[in-house]
Design a protein around this ligand. Structure first.
Ligand code: DON
Length: 303
């Protein structure tokens, strides 16, 4: 496995020149796009890493999976899905328009920004900081890494340019789906700025692959909820590339505009990939290819 990962990194590396770092968040635009890394942790606790695996990056949209886990654990499925749907959109992650043209007035799913903001607003906690602390506690427990934290500078950088998300949040308030625009925006953008390594993500992926039980044997997320999270990853995790990704890779996965992709192969392994050069839909160009080749090589498709 180790040798294969090194070969795949080498084979996919040239693709890092084919995309661009997210530009609408100034601090992300400054990241070196020529990086590619992978970490895999298997069901039997083997850790494999290759490429620039020591790189630190922020979760961005990958945080949406765990925010959803927490909101459903806090409020129950019925309450959460009263305010957000379960259907893929086929639209970009920050799109607003289907909320207006559909007859039911709620975001179509929890993986687009509008849906994720509704979900985050439902996490228990009196303040934005309290909600994010609870999410951090979950992720620290999941990975066994107490150092996982939020990067204030990335939060500030995105907050200063959050016009689209602020517009979405006002729209959600008008629909009665959230109460406090600024508090919701703060919690959501803070959760996006949680910093990890590929190994942290692999451990999070492994927890999902093990139906919510950490690799140290602690049950953290109920089985039914962890199944739901993986299903959302398949149907909406790669945004409007989810269909193609399901066909070519066939692994539940979630991407973020930092270039991270978290993947979970049920009962087999957790995978963390990082490659900050993105395609036009906001997914890591080299990262997607790496996962495609890996899936073929080890027959990882769940379908
Ligand atoms: O809200 C945003 O736009 C970012 N904080 C996160 C978006 C994101 O990661 C979409 N991913 N592909």
């Amino acid at each position: 496995m180790q040798q294969t990962l090194e070969q795949l990194i080498e084979a996919c590396y040239s693709l890092t020149g084919e995309g661009n770092c997210a530009e609408y968040i100034p601090l992300l635009a400054e990241v070196n796009p020529k990086q590619l890394a992978i970490a895999i942790i298997t069901h039997d606790h083997q850790v494999y890493q290759a490429g620039d695996y020591q790189a630190l990056f922020t979760l961005q949209s990958i945080s949406k999976i765990f925010a959803l886990a927490l909101a459903v654990m806090d409020q129950g499925e019925a309450k959460v899905f009263d305010r957000v749907g379960m259907e893929p959109t086929g639209d970009p992650f920050n799109s607003i328009y289907k909320m207006e043209i559909f007859s039911y007035e709620k975001p179509l799913n929890p993986m687009i920004n509008a849906g994720a903001m509704v979900v985050t607003s439902m996490i228990k906690g009196r303040t934005a900081q309290e909600k994010v602390e609870r999410l951090l506690a979950l992720l620290r427990e999941m990975t066994g890494n107490p150092k996982i934290d939020m990067v204030e500078e990335v939060y500030q950088s995105e907050m200063e340019h959050a016009n689209r998300n602020r517009a979405l949040a006002y729209y959600l308030k008008e629909l009665g789906l959230i109460e406090d625009v600024e508090a919701t925006l703060e919690a959501y953008i803070r959760q996006c700025a949680i910093q990890v390594t590929c190994e942290d993500m692999a451990r999070m992926g492994l927890c999902l692959a093990r139906y919510g039980v950490t690799d140290r044997g602690t049950p953290l997320i109920p089985t039914a909820i962890s199944k739901m999270l993986k299903t959302f990853m398949v149907t909406c995790g790669m945004y409007n590339s989810s269909g193609e990704f399901a066909i070519k890779v066939g692994i539940p996965a979630k991407s973020g505009v930092s270039g991270g992709i978290l993947a979970a192969v049920p009962n087999r392994m957790g995978i963390g990939v990082f490659g900050p050069a993105l395609d036009r839909k906001g997914n890591s160009v080299a990262g997607v290819k790496l996962l495609e080749e890996l899936s073929k090589r080890f027959d990882l498709s769940i379908f």
